[in-house]
Structure formats: C-alpha cells, structure tokens
Ligand binder design. Structure first.
Ligand code: NI
Length: 219
C-alpha cells in the first residue's frame, strides 16, 4: 500500500524546520547507504547536532500523533530519521532499501516533504511496482508511506533544493497484506461507531480486529 498522509506538520512548522536546516552542516549521503545503493546515491544529509535532534524529534512526535500513520504502519520502532537534501544535479538512483537497519527490520519507508513543490524541478520520488512507476512529489508537511520491499529512486533535481526527512518503520505487523486488512478494519470500526455508536455490529468488528491483532502481531 502506498499512502500519502496530509498535515503531518503545519506550514508554519515546516517553514521553521527549513530555517533551521539552512544553518545546518550537511555531509555526503553515501555514509548511510548500503553497499550497492552507495553506487547510485548522490545527495547530502544533515550531520548530527543538537539543532538537528530537535527537528527530528518533532517529526517523530508528529508521526506518532497521526492516527492515519499509526493505523497504516502500526509501528513497533522507527530507525533514526535522516534530513536529506538534494540540490541541482543530485539524485538517488534505483535501489532497494536495506532489509535491516540499526537492528530493525525495515517494513515501511517514508518521506516527509519539506520543500514547496514549485521551489525545485525534478526530485520526485519514483516508486516502481510490477505494473507501473509512480512519481510522487507532495506538499510540505505531507508524508508518503510505502513498502520497503519496492525498488525506488529520487529523480535528479534540475534546479532548486529538495529537503525531506526520511525514515523506516519496523511494524508490529510484518506482512503488508495483513497491515492492509487491519487498516481497512480501522476505518470500518470508526465509521461504524460514528454512524450508530457501540452496536452489536461494532462489537463484532472490534472483536475481529482485536483477534486478528492477536494472530498476527509481533511484539
Ligand atoms: Ni530508499
């Protein structure tokens, strides 16, 4: 499942982050790429410092506070986030993300866009599946959540600057199809409750969701 989630951060929060990012030191993104991805990775990443920690903590909190993110990802843990920057000519060629990072299994990848889409040319995230390649370029403060199992790339930036925060989720639910079932059930449970309250049907749906969690969850 590919999912775009709006309003993870407000415009004002994103602007403040871009201001902080403008004063940060950046290093070569190859430092955090796996052996093969390194060959095609040409971007910059913010170097560790207290100001960066504040920005990344804010993003983590915003994700944790998003009901849609929680429902779609069912996160067990997140990797350390990365603030990435692409300027003219920079790109990240086709690759698959490492299966294991920092002791976590990467089930889901995400990109939180920070730059205004019309402030840079190129720079779309291209996710390939067996049917087609999709180009994704979202508004500032929006997140794209996608399976880490995919081949994907960032197309070259031809002008301007593309700032984004990227990270990975180990989910309590390892299987993407099972995550989809639970995501759909979340919507059904909510809609059922909103329409008619705590009916027998609601109880049955909620029970089904809880029991599927018991069958599938890795905690
Ligand atoms: Ni990647």
């Amino acid at each position: 499942m590919l999912l775009a989630i709006e309003n993870i951060l407000s415009r004002a929060e994103v602007r403040a982050m871009r201001d902080v990012a403008a004063d940060l030191m950046f290093g070569d993104g190859k430092a955090t790429a796996g052996r093969f991805a390194r060959e095609v990775k040409a971007n910059d990443q913010a170097l560790p410092c207290p100001e960066l920690d504040v920005v990344l903590a804010k993003v983590e909190q915003a994700l944790a506070a998003s009901p849609v993110f929680r429902s779609a990802a069912r996160p067990k843990a997140l990797t350390k986030l990365i603030l990435s920057r692409y300027r003219q000519g920079q790109t990240y060629g086709l690759h698959v993300d490492d299966a294991l990072m920092q002791g976590l299994r990467t089930d889901l990848s995400f990109t939180l866009f920070l730059s205004e889409p019309d402030s840079y040319d190129g720079g779309a995230l291209i996710i390939e599946d067996t049917f087609e390649a999709r180009a994704i370029k979202l508004e500032p403060g929006e997140v794209i959540l996608y399976p880490s199992t995919t081949l994907h790339r960032v197309e070259p930036v031809s002008s301007g600057e593309r700032l984004a925060v990227v990270g990975w989720v180990q989910s309590i639910i390892r299987d993407g199809a099972q995550r989809q079932v639970l995501f759909d059930l979340d919507q059904a449970v909510e809609a059922c409750f909103a329409a008619e309250g705590k009916t027998q049907q609601f109880d049955r749906l909620a029970k089904t969701r809880a029991n599927l969690m018991r069958m599938w969850a890795e905690v």
